[in-house]
Design a protein around this ligand. Structure first.
Ligand SMILES: [Zn+2]
Length: 173
């Protein structure tokens, strides 16, 4: 896959356009994997990783070029941009105009290692990535994404609650 260690730079540099918020697809995949690993190692990594995820999601929205998008259309576009569609399975539960529950599975297979049960959710980077992207792409700043169930908690899949604080996705900012 991606270049490892100090010698990995040339490999990633040639890995296509920097399309994922300024990162190549391989760089993004490495970052996403590292974010899960760091979150599992120590809860102290959670806040800075969420800040990075939110900023990166915002950048991906800016680069998207089709704004504003409705919520229904937005997340599939994000997953496509991030290359998730070939790696994980996802589906909406309880989808409404102002939010949804999102179930994601297959992460351990995509990572190639088992996410350890550490008693806390470890996908805060991804939650914040979705949050930053939704805020940017919909033009509604009140979107929040929280992870309820997670492999890190011992659940069989990860589940995110996605909400617009306004309760009105068509409302202006
Ligand atoms: Zn998770």
């Amino acid at each position: 896959m991606n270049g490892k260690g100090c010698g990995g730079r040339d490999a990633s540099r040639n890995d296509g356009a920097a399309k994922v918020g300024g990162l190549s697809a391989a760089e993004f995949a490495s970052l996403d994997e590292l974010a899960v690993k760091l979150s599992a190692i120590d809860a102290a990594f959670a806040a800075p990783l969420e800040a990075i995820g939110r900023a990166l999601g915002s950048r991906i929205a800016t680069q998207h070029g089709r704004q504003p998008l409705a919520f229904d259309d937005a997340l599939p576009d994000l997953f496509l941009a991030c290359g998730f569609q070939d790696m994980i399975q996802w589906r909406f539960l309880d989808q409404r105009p102002d939010g949804a529950r999102l179930l994601i599975s297959g992460c351990a297979d995509a990572l190639g290692w088992d996410i350890p049960q550490v008693g806390r959710a470890v996908c805060g980077f991804d939650a914040a990535l979705m949050e930053g992207f939704l805020r940017g792409i919909t033009g509604i700043a009140s979107w929040t994404v929280k992870e309820l169930a997670c492999l890190g908690l011992g659940n069989t899949a990860c589940e995110f609650v996605i909400r617009s604080g306004h309760g009105d996705p068509d409302g202006a900012l």
